[in-house]
Ligand binder design. Sequence first.
Ligand code: NAP
Length: 348
Amino acid sequence: MQTRIEVGILGATGMVGQHFVKFLQGHPWFDLKWLGASDRSAGKKYKDAMTWHLGVAPETVAGLTVDDCKPGNAPRLLFSAMDAGVATEIERAFAQAGHVVVSNSRNHRMEQDVPLLVPEINADHLKLIPGQQRTRGWKGQIVTNPNCSTVVLTMGLAPMKQFGITRLITTTMQAISGAGYPGVPSMDIVGNVIPFIGNEEEKMQEETQKILGEFRGDRIEPLAARVSAHCNRVAVVDGHTVTVSVEFSSKPSIADLRHAIDTFRALPQERALPSAPPRPVIYMEEANRPQPRKDAERERGMAAFIGRLRPCPALDYKFVALGHNTIRGAAGAAVLNAELMHSEGMLD
Ligand code: NAP
């Protein structure tokens, strides 16, 4: 029987923090024992420190006392849902003090020595960690997961990477839950589309190149593809949809691409990691799928769904992809990252 690992959450009272609490309920390896938040919440019972937004609040943590986010009492493994305004210093302080910080915040994603991990795509980017610890003098480490729309795009592209991606154009239709709580005012979003999400297009472009890039000793060489993103907020509650046009150097046939998608499996599946979907990328044959309301929660929200693969008159092919933005795009992504790290012996 495997020893259970105690874990904590930095930013446990926020929207993403609550998703971590929910996702970790009943986890076979990880025991949620510690909750951290700001001075406003520290010292209060969890149930009194936040307003729960995700249905019935788990009783197992309701009575835990929230701690402040300073190293001292927290378990070694911490999931971070810290406010981006303070995440840089707080996450670094915990890594310095020997903690493994598996972060959902954007702050460290693009730093040269920090893995931006999607376990099905770039597990080898974890090899950055020894260099990160050496150059920063850390006993601990920081590993990040991507922005919620980037993970949908890169999961959709993962089976196709072998054909040499040279250019791609993507347009997102992003759910309002991606803006946190209370998020976008209802008067702005109901019956409307907002064609701007601050810094989102830049994040999608650079994160995609890093995730699909190659490990080169002490850094990641970004994918040498031109990536253009258009990001939109739409009146959907959960589930980010992205449409993609893509050009390949090796000019695969549609049958080649379908075979690659249908047979795509990676380390999380081979190792049967607890949060890994058996099929990480699922092709839907129906002409009108995937759809966020019908499909985002399938496979516990951990898979990417693809449909409508067809020739593109401008580039080579086009398709649609969908994923759950607060599960595969946030809490579930970070938990799967930690499971991969545990399977690599990095939490021993
Ligand atoms: P949020 O609801 O505002 O929660 C922020 C958390 O940070 C709260 O627990 C808050 O504690 C804590 N915090 C704030 N200032 C602090 C301080 N000075 N010291 C210690 N803790 C502090 O934010 P969120 O929407 O959950 O987002 C959290 C992170 O995830 C952000 O970096 C965001 O960019 C990223 N993200 C969010 C989503 C999403 O769907 N919302 C998706 C992907 C990524 P108090 O309650 O005590 O203030």
